[in-house]
Design a protein around this ligand. Structure first.
Ligand code: ZN
Length: 312
């Protein structure tokens, strides 16, 4: 399997409009990518400018950051033409996308939808979020480090400019090729531009620490909170067996819920469930179950008590 490490540059004009009023939130103006083979060796690269069709005015910050010359984008072709060449370049062999952060694959699909192109997929797309993986690798999971800081920290040579699609894809690939194989085995991310539609499509990610479920989309929030399956607290070490509830699900805002359970063999498990709205307007949930300590469970209990007091 090949790895397509890609990066996009996009433009959002400075016209003061709300994002909900826009036909297209971000217009892609450049696509850059590096192809790695199974052994994570660079075997090809891709870099093309896109001539804007939606917003002629380029945001001055974007222009400055990218170092765009006047009229430079006019040398590019339409998004549709560039995107079609990019997909052809990705090739017929199996591949998985890799990007710095989690936004690129969504914006790519939004732009494709805008131009009524055939969708990449109708389901969630697995990909590697190199930013997240790098954070885990260096033990700073909350790390919001930017790409340049990560490249410096990793001691990589800075031999191409940053903030352009090709350069950023290249550095992301450089960081990716040094990742632990073990880490890559169970740390896929999923782009949720298309959420799961059926129970079978629901996403489960299990690693040493976490048990994640991304549910299928439903019409109402209540369809989630009333679902035993979606709200179950399972012990993944016991093979997804539901455990005894210690703290029932509670929430302060009907968006984020907390709960806890107990497995006699494997101890305390805390749950966090977020209800989100998909691009197509359905509700779905992201449930994360984590093994924890009695101490932390007591903290959750306190939180629940406090909340009940303040809402009485
Ligand atoms: Zn267990």
């Amino acid at each position: 399997m090949n790895y397509i490490v890609f990066d996009l540059e996009w433009n959002q004009p400075d016209d003061g409009k709300k994002s909900s009023e826009r036909k297209l939130l971000f217009e892609i103006i450049e696509i850059g990518a590096v192809k790695l083979n199974e052994d994570k060796k660079i075997i090809d690269s891709f870099c093309e400018l896109v001539c804007p069709q939606v917003y002629q005015e380029i945001n001055w910050r974007t222009k400055k950051m990218l170092g765009l010359k006047n009229g430079e984008l006019n040398q590019g072709e339409t998004f549709k033409a560039v995107m079609n060449r990019f997909l052809k370049w990705c090739g017929k062999e199996d591949y998985i996308f890799c990007s710095w952060g989690s936004q690129d694959l969504t914006e790519l699909q939004r732009n494709m939808k805008y131009y009524r192109m055939e969708p990449l997929s109708n389901k969630p797309i697995p990909f590697y979020n190199v930013q997240k993986l790098y954070g885990i690798q260096i033990g700073e999971e909350e790390s919001t480090k930017n790409l340049e800081a990560a490249v410096e920290l990793a001691g990589l040579k800075k031999d191409v400019p940053f903030h352009r699609a090709y350069g950023d894809a290249y550095y992301t690939a450089k960081l990716f090729m040094h990742m632990d194989e073990e880490l890559l085995k169970n740390h896929y991310s999923y782009d949720l531009y298309h959420i799961p539609h059926t129970k079978k499509e629901e996403i489960r990610i299990c690693n040493e620490k976490e048990n994640i479920l991304i549910t299928r989309g439903v019409a109402k929030k209540k369809d989630i909170t009333a679902s035993r399956q979606m709200m179950a607290i399972n012990c993944m070490k016991c093979g997804q067996k539901p455990v005894q509830a210690k703290i029932r699900w509670f929430s302060s805002n009907n968006k984020i819920f907390y709960a806890a359970g107990y497995c006699p063999k494997h101890g305390y498990i805390k749950g966090k469930l977020k209800i989100r709205k998909s691009e197509q307007g359905e509700y779905y949930a992201e449930k994360v179950l984590t093994y924890t300590t009695e101490e932390e469970i007591n903290q959750v209990k306190e939180k629940k008590k406090l909340l009940q007091k303040t809402t009485k």
